[in-house]
Ligand binder design. Structure first.
Ligand code: ADP
Ligand code: MG
Length: 362
């Protein structure tokens, strides 16, 4: 078993910055937890506290049910991989991977065997004699991975390990890391600011904003049942659309626009200010593409722009001058022009409703 538990953990740096506050979540044995959020939200701080590199101001950190706040970093049995690979430039790949074993004074033959084994797993067998300067970015990151792996740690911590790689390589490495983790079953906490990495890699996602945990759940829950506006907005590409307005007698009207539609009375929503969230793929330009034929709403909107991406088209429209909204479609009538008014459709069941404080209520 290898379980990591954070209980009400807070961190205040010496300069008075409260970097994270009251964080609680648990990585069960074999979990791949992705810690995601915008830059500066406290991801690295949390990871460093788990590794023992940063003191915990308040709260408890438990490994396998035992509080270990004061355990020395070297006794935590953690393998870490950072954005900067921190390889020794004058060492070969072999020596870089072997380094953690050499300081543990492990026998030469055993080191050779172990390095060979992890080189195989990480696809470095042919490159063991090279120096870091003779490797591509992806290969260097693989060496950093192998070096963390060779100690057979009980936990893996990653801090934005793919940020320095180009887009194509990132996709490749994403798969490699996930497959490797699945194969080895090592409990992992992976930090990124990239929502695509979070959605594709995590068994569970912990989403942070300004040092506060917003939601901790599997990717499908995060996407379909975001706990608040921040989560709904942060996860999803293209971004979710927000209609800000008021509900009066079960009728929603957007501020500064002609948009009006009925909210099912069964939802029993009291009058007041609300935000309606609607994902771009839940809006249709062609009504025939909607599978469900009930509860369809129609809006007349102004076309702003279209982006052709090959496999999909992003259609931008406005219902008011305040913001531009998005629709994701598979194809689009090219004869339509900017500033033309078009009808768009959605099913009322697909809307999310957030209250004035941003919390999702539907
Ligand atoms: P992230 O990794 O999500 O970008 P960090 O954990 O690095 O965020 O930082 C969280 C907050 O703590 C930021 O406001 C940052 O400026 C602050 N911070 C980070 N390290 C220190 C430090 N050593 N001393 C003081 N403040 C810090
Ligand atoms: Mg960071």
């Amino acid at each position: 078993m290898a379980k990591i538990e954070l209980r009400n953990i807070s961190k205040e740096y010496k300069n008075g910055v409260e970097a994270v506050s009251n964080i609680s979540f648990t990585a069960e044995d074999g979990d791949f937890i992705v810690l995601v959020g915008p830059s500066g939200c406290g991801k690295t701080t949390i990871l460093r506290m788990i590794a023992g590199l940063e003191e915990i101001t308040e709260g408890e950190l438990l490994f396998d049910g035992k509080v270990i706040n004061d355990l020395e970093p070297k006794d935590r049995d953690i393998g870490m991989v950072f954005q900067e690979y921190a390889l020794y430039p004058h060492f070969t790949v072999f020596d870089n991977i072997a380094f953690p074993l050499k300081i543990k004074k492990i026998r030469k033959e055993e080191i050779k065997l172990k390095v060979k084994e992890v080189a195989e797993i990480t696809g470095l067998t042919e490159l063991l004699h090279r120096k870091p300067a003779e490797l591509s970015g992806g290969q260097r990151q693989r060496v950093a991975l192998a070096r963390a792996l060779v100690r057979e740690p009980r936990f893996f911590l990653f801090d934005e390990p793919l940020s320095n790689l180009d887009a194509k390589l990132r996709v490749q490495m994403r798969c490699d890391i996930v497959n490797l983790q699945k194969k080895l079953g090592i409990t992992t906490i992976y930090v990124t600011h990239d929502q695509t990495e979070a959605m594709t890699m995590g068994t569970k996602i912990a989403i942070l904003n300004e040092g506060v945990l917003q939601q901790f759940a599997p990717p499908t829950t995060i996407y379909n049942k975001p706990s608040n506006k921040f989560v709904a907005d942060f996860i999803g590409l293209p971004q979710i659309n927000f209609f800000e307005g008021e509900i009066t007698s079960s009728c929603f009207s957007e501020y500064n626009s002609d948009v009006k539609f009925d909210i099912p009375t069964s939802l029993n929503i009291s009058d007041g200010k609300y935000t309606i969230g609607l994902r771009p793929e839940k809006i249709f330009v062609d009504k025939d593409n909607i599978k469900l034929k009930q509860n369809i709403c129609k809006l007349n909107v102004k076309l702003r722009n279209t982006e052709y991406l090959g496999n999909e088209v992003i259609v931008y429209f406005q219902t008011n001058p305040d913001n531009t909204k998005r629709i994701k479609v598979n194809d689009f009538n090219e004869n339509l022009h900017i500033d033309e008014e078009i009808d768009i459709f959605f099913v009322i069941d697909d809307i999310l409703i957030f209250d004035e404080t941003g919390v999702r209520i539907v």
